[in-house]
Design a protein around this ligand. Structure first.
Ligand SMILES: NC(=O)C1=CN([C@@H]2O[C@H](COP(=O)(O)OP(=O)(O)OC[C@H]3O[C@@H](n4cnc5c(N)ncnc54)[C@H](OP(=O)(O)O)[C@@H]3O)[C@@H](O)[C@H]2O)C=CC1
Ligand SMILES: CC(=O)N[C@@H](CCC(=O)OP(=O)(O)O)C(=O)O
Length: 344
C-alpha cells in the first residue's frame, strides 16, 4: 500500500483527492491536514466520504507527514515550497497541485505570483506534472509540480500541432471557460451564486498567472518561444474547463489533422480524440480524468480550431495528481481513475 498524506484536505482539490483515492486499491490516506478544521472527522465535513475514510483532520506537521510515501499539497502557492525541502530530505515524494514548482524561470514565477521563491534549487529538480509530455521523467521524480487546470486543457489541445510544426507558433489564441470551483473553496464575493449564475465574463485579459506556464509548455513542444493570447472566462457551472484553441496552418494544403491527433494520443489512457466534426461537452468529462478533444478546420480555410474539455478538479488537478502517483509508484496508470463522467 502506498501511504498517502494530503496537506490542504478541506479545499476542493483536497476533497477531490479523497474521492478519487477512496476507490484506489493500492493507496491509503494516512494523514489529512487542515489548520481550520483540526480534530474534525473528514466524513463529518464531507458526508460523501462516510464509510470510506475514518480519519480526522490534523494540523500540518513534518514528523507525521514524513511517515508517508507520498505527500500531495492541495494548498495555495507558497505552502508546498515551505515544507517540501524537509520532506524530500527524508525520502518522501512530493506532488504539488499548486504552482510552486511549475515554472522553471524563477524571476518570472516571482513576478506573476508576487512571492519570493524560497527553494529555487528544488524547482530545477522538479518535474512538470503532465504525463502526456513527461511520463518517463515522472517515473523517477522526487518532486512534481502538477500542471494547472487551464494549462492542462490548452497544452493537450495544442501539442500535436506544435510538435509537428504545422501551425504558426507566433499566433496562438486560447479562449477558455472555467467553472467556479476553479477559484477554490475560500469565500469570495466573486464566487457567490448571485454573482456567477446566469452571467458570464472574461477576466485576466491583460495577463493571467497561467500565461507563463502555458507559454513554457508550448515553447517546449514547438522547440521555440511561442506567441499566445490567453483569455479565461468564468462561466455559471461548478466544474469544467472548455478551451477553444485557434491557430493558423503554415501550409494550407496540409490535411490529416484528425489522423495527426489520433496518432499523437493513440496510447494515452486519458486523452480521447473524438470523431471528426465532434463538439465535446464539459459534462462529458465531469468527475472523470479524461480530456476530450476534437479538431476542426472550418470551411477548409487555414484556421485550425481545437476544442479541449476537462474537469478542472480531476484531469485539471486531483485526478492528474493520482495518475502521476500511479506512474511514480509503478502502478497501472489508470488505477483508481476509471470513473465514467456524470451525464446529465
Ligand atoms: N480548484 C481548481 O480547479 C484547481 C486548483 N489547483 C491548485 O490547487 C491548490 C488548491 O486549490 P483548491 O483546492 O481550489 O483551494 P482551496 O482554497 O479550496 O483549499 C485550500 C486548502 O489549503 C489549506 N491551506 C491554506 N493555506 C494553508 C497553509 N498556509 N498551510 C497549510 N494548509 C493551507 C486549506 O485548509 P486550512 O486553511 O484549513 O489549513 C484548504 O484545505 C491551489 O494551489 C490551486 O491553484 C490546481 C488545479 C485546479
Ligand atoms: C475560475 C478561477 O478562478 N480559476 C482559477 C484557476 C486557477 C487555479 O485554480 O489554479 P491552478 O493554477 O492551480 O490550476 C484562476 O483563474 O485563477
Amino acid at each position: 500500500m502506498i501511504k498517502v498524506g494530503i496537506v490542504g484536505g478541506t479545499g476542493y482539490t483536497g476533497v477531490e483527492l479523497l474521492r478519487v483515492l477512496a476507490n484506489h486499491p493500492s493507496a491509503k490516506v494516512e494523514v489529512i491536514t487542515s489548520r481550520s478544521e483540526e480534530g474534525v472527522l473528514v466524513a463529518d465535513m464531507y458526508p460523501n466520504l462516510r464509510g470510506h475514510l475514518d480519519i480526522g483532520f490534523t494540523v500540518p506537521d513534518i514528523e507525521t507527514l514524513a511517515a508517508c510515501d507520498v505527500v500531495f499539497f492541495a494548498t495555495p502557492h507558497g505552502v508546498a515550497m515551505s515544507m517540501a525541502p524537509e520532506l524530500i530530505d527524508r525520502g518522501v515524494r512530493v506532488i504539488d497541485l499548486g504552482a510552486d514548482f511549475r515554472i522553471k524561470d524563477i524571476p518570472l514565477w516571482e513576478k506573476w505570483y508576487n512571492h519570493t521563491h524560497t527553494c529555487p534549487e528544488l524547482v530545477e529538480k522538479a518535474v512538470y506534472g503532465l504525463p502526456e509530455v513527461n511520463r518517463e521523467a515522472i517515473r523517477t521524480a522526487q518532486l512534481i509540480g502538477c500542471a494547472g487546470c487551464y494549462p492542462t486543457a490548452v497544452q493537450l489541445g495544442y501539442l500535436p500541432l506544435l510538435e509537428k510544426g504545422w501551425v504558426d507558433h507566433r499566433r496562438l489564441i486560447a479562449d477558455c471557460k472555467s467553472g467556479v470551483s476553479g477559484a477554490g473553496r475560500g469565500a469570495s464575493v466573486g464566487a457567490l451564486l448571485c454573482e456567477t449564475s446566469e452571467s458570464m465574463k472574461a477576466y485576466g485579459v491583460p495577463g493571467h498567472r497561467h500565461l507563463p506556464e502555458i507559454r513554457q509548455g508550448l515553447a517546449r513542444a514547438a522547440n521555440k518561444p511561442v506567441g499566445l493570447t490567453f483569455v479565461p472566462h468564468l462561466t455559471p457551472m461548478i466544474r469544467g474547463i472548455h478551451a477553444t484553441l485557434y491557430s493558423v496552418l503554415k501550409d494550407p494544403v496540409d490535411s490529416g489533422l484528425q489522423e495527426l491527433f489520433e496518432a499523437r494520443y493513440a496510447n494515452e489512457p486519458f486523452v480521447d480524440v473524438m470523431p471528426a466534426g465532434s463538439h465535446p461537452e464539459t459534462r462529458s468529462v465531469k468527475g472523470s480524468n479524461v480530456c476530450r478533444i476534437s479538431v476542426h478546420r472550418p470551411q477548409n480555410d487555414d484556421t485550425v480550431v481545437v476544442l479541449s474539455v476537462i474537469d478542472n478538479l480531476v484531469k485539471g488537478a486531483s485526478g492528474q495528481a493520482v495518475q502521476i502517483m500511479n506512474i511514480m509508484f509503478d502502478r497501472p496508470e489508470n488505477e483508481g481513475l476509471t470513473q465514467v463522467a456524470l451525464m446529465p
